[in-house]
Design a protein around this ligand. Sequence first.
Ligand code: NZQ
Ligand code: ZN
Length: 385
Amino acid sequence: MNNFDFHNPTRILFGKGRIADLNAQVPNDAKVLITYGGGSAERTGVLAQVRKALGDRTVVEFGGIEPNPRFATAIKAVDVIAKNGITFLLAVGGGSVIDATKFIAAAAKFSGDPWEILTSRGSVVKEAMPFGTVLTLPATASEMNSGSVITHAEKGAKLPFMSPHCYPVFSVLDPELTYTLPARQIANGVADAFVHIIEQYLTYPVAANVQDGFAETLLRTLVDIGPKAIEAPEDYDLRANLMWTATLALNGLIGAGVPQDWASHMIGHEITAFNDTDHARTLAVVLPALMNDQRGPKREKLLQYGANVWNIHEGDEDARIDAAIDATRDFFHAIGIKTRLSDYNVAASDIDTIIGALTDHGMTALGEHGAITPEVARRILEAAV
Ligand code: NZQ
Ligand code: ZN
């Protein structure tokens, strides 16, 4: 097992009716900015619950944060904070709203050009405003990690940053808030969480038995409950397990002390920047092709994954790896997610643009060995057309 530091300061308030507990978590004298997305939080009544829980506090609201949140929109919120003397942020939504709020929290305390927060991957962030979240979409684990991904439409860039100052102070996880999600978003959440686990697990063995076992349990849980959670939108236990699995998938626990990959994510972000394909769907395209391409360096973990997640024990090593990759693809199909670039209007002739952007963004040595160069990424995408 590799050396690691692990510290996750986010308090989780899990279960039914927990929005009411905001009153105890948000400072009494806070001037609160509620951030939210395109209107689902208003339509579903979540915002009404939040307003009620905040009681007499001064509250300003900032809506309109897009899926794949835009830099320009976040900057507008920074102005609202300055004009209104806001002291606390409360994100109400999915990963996009939470990610935007992290960026807003950092940008509000940053004196330089806020774009540098992204180009430096967060290293220039020395402080951030405190913020909490009310999660409405289980997928990203942004509710319990310090990462954020922001899109700059004009620059054609979708860049991640991380900062230890950008953990939420608390997050409310009420599985009932997911009942209103369309099937497409639940499927996205299942696929995104699945690939988060894979990015931290499917590398090479370092005798991290606990992390591996935990990752395999989370993967098997998603395989089991993913399709059922889509079929039965109001099954509390399914949604509760999905919500907690998605949070545990990327809250730092399974990634502590192990090598990590993240190439599928970095390549996928360029596909989203190219044509706004849903984040999770880009992962379902890249991952199976990457597994096949990297079957050499990932051999031992691919065999372990096949055996412990998919119960694949028959045949020679290559046959078992083929079966594990097929099972992964079939799983995405079973939750209604297609796995080819051509399914998302990306043609072979577009790969140049995507690889050019990947190179421009410095993503030239991806993966657990730093061996996924733009040439390798091109090969992966060509196999995924
Ligand atoms: O905008 P509104 O109207 O709120 O609608 C949203 C949005 O259209 C809707 N929605 C959310 N909760 C709902 C709901 N509709 C009905 N009922 C509810 N309860 O769902 C749509 C998608 O929301 P979004 O927040 O974009 O989805 P998700 O949570 O999947 O977040 C995706 C973003 O997170 C980034 C992705 O790149 C993408 O930009 N990621 C963030 C990560 C992190 N911070 O650690 C890691 C991930 O790998 C990922 O990159
Ligand atoms: Zn993701």
